[in-house]
Design a protein around this ligand. Structure first.
Ligand SMILES: *Cc1c(COP(=O)(O)O)cnc(C)c1O
Length: 456
């Protein structure tokens, strides 16, 4: 191990002894020297050695206003002085009511009810189950299948994995999954044809599935505008609207998984707003609590809700819940986060930041090994390839993405790749100065370190 203080050494030893990390090949982890984060300060993370890093992926896509934000900290403390948690089974709870009212006020038109849970995956499970039972409740119980996109990511519980399409993560669990109908992801960079042809190709595949399975499809589920985990794939404009049109035409539900895209990431509060889309169900999590506490929600239309609210009919009840559903501390953090959106005029501040990222990305595009740059608001992906002309990828065992992110860490930024796509996901509240510093680190790494890493 390198030079480090006694406490860091002990923490690393105990981490390796006791923890099993998510999405991590633990043999590699055990052989490495992990960074241990001890505190945060605004848009910086601070490790046990006192070193500061810009949080370039906002603590895995959830932080919004920074770390240790006084207003959110105070809101949680104030809630703690009242109550930390009380169940929503058979009882109401103040903070969860106040937040639900605020969420419906900012959500796309038509969404009227909030069903809480605690992670993106559970928000998706709930949407799937509501959709399935909705059709059953109104006497169309044959509609049980879902249409999803081939490289979709909707979380890691078994239902969410069933509608996921990432072979490496999801293929392993195939024996456990329910059958889902998959349509190709509209991915212009990897499509032989124009962006419009790419859009039409995917939409017509969705339509074909709807025609092949009449009265069997409950809903279409998709990440609106951007497929994050698949590698920051930005759909051609109009794709989401096209899905909505097909959902209406074939009388199936549209489920928008806004877990990654919600709360300002795309430049609007929700991605659906860009194409004036009104989903029947919307899943939100990640940024909902400002990135402070585990909280999620599935929003549903009045029409869906009414199919369950039938007096005296227990067979129409939605039998689903989690112990911490609507946790009061998390709801208090979420309310404070939404208030900060207004106080700090976050949405109004975004065009300037989005423009800044666009300028840097325009330069990155011309650098060696940068095959594609993709941006949707404050969500960005830089795809590194071995050969720009043929778009052929690096051999996976070269671990280019991971090595580039390690180089960025040495320069003071925490970044995380998706294979060889470098993900840029700063907190939407990040100030221009810090954002510029982050983009400078990325640029310096791509210019100075990347060619060296490739030629090693
Ligand atoms: C992260 C993510 C999820 C899963 O959220 P968790 O809170 O990690 O369960 C679901 N859908 C999308 C689009 C995501 O990006």
């Amino acid at each position: 191990m390198g030079r480090m203080n006694e406490k860091t050494r002990e923490l690393i030893q105990q981490d390796k002894q006791y923890l099993w990390h998510p999405f991590t090949q633990m043999a590699d982890w055990l052989a490495g020297e992990p960074l241990i984060i001890d505190s945060g300060d605004g848009f910086y993370l601070i490790d046990t050695e006192g070193r500061r890093y810009i949080d370039g992926v906002c603590s895995l896509w959830c932080n919004v206003h920074g770390h240790r934000v006084p207003q959110i900290d105070d809101a949680i403390r104030a809630q703690l002085d009242k109550i930390a948690h009380s169940t929503l089974l058979g009882l109401g709870q103040t903070a969860s009511i106040e937040l639900a009212e605020k969420l419906i006020r900012i959500a796309p038109e038509g969404l009227a009810k909030v069903f809480y849970s605690d992670s993106g995956a559970t928000a998706v499970e709930i949407a799937i189950k509501i959709a399935c039972q909705y059709w059953r409740n109104i006497g169309q119980g044959t509609k049980t299948k879902f249409i999803a996109l081939k490289e979709a990511y909707h979380g890691d519980t078994v239902g969410a994995v069933s509608v996921g399409g990432m072979e490496l993560f999801h293929g392993i669990f195939k024996p456990l999954l329910f059958e889902t109908l998959f349509a190709p992801t509209p991915h212009p960079y990897r499509f032989a044809g124009t962006s419009d042809e790419c859009l039409q190709f995917s939409l017509s595949a969705v339509e074909t599935l709807l025609q092949l399975h009449p009265d069997q499809v409950a809903g279409i589920i998709a990440e609106p505008l951007v497929q994050g985990a698949a590698g920051m794939i930005v759909h051609p404009a109009g794709f989401l609207k096209g899905l909505e049109r097909l959902a209406r035409k074939y009388n199936v539900l549209l489920i928008a998984d806004e877990v990654a895209t919600g709360f300002g990431r795309t430049g609007r509060m929700f991605a659906c707003e860009h194409e004036d889309v009104q989903p029947d169900l919307m899943c939100i999590a990640k940024g909902i609590s400002g990135g402070y506490l585990p909280l999620a929600a599935t929003l549903a239309t009045q029409k869906l809700f009414d199919a369950f609210a039938v007096a005296g009919d227990v067979s129409k009840t939605f039998y689903h819940g989690h112990t911490y559903t609507g946790n009061a501390l998390a709801c208090a953090a979420a309310i404070a986060s939404l208030e900060l959106f207004e106080q700090n005029r976050i949405l109004e501040s975004l065009p300037a930041k989005i423009q800044l990222v666009k300028e840097y990305f325009g330069r990155f595009r011309n650098l060696p090994y940068v095959g594609d740059v993709r941006q949707c608001g404050m969500m960005g992906g830089i795809e590194l390839v071995l050969d720009k002309q043929s778009k052929s990828p690096f051999p996976p065992e070269w671990k280019i993405g991971a090595k580039v992110c390690a180089a960025m860490r040495s320069r003071g930024a925490i970044m995380r790749p998706l294979e060889d796509v470098i993900v840029l996901m700063p907190a939407v509240g990040m100030d221009i100065q810090t954002l510029t510093a982050l983009l400078d680190i990325i640029e310096n790494t791509l210019i100075r370190d990347l060619p060296e890493i490739v030629n090693l």
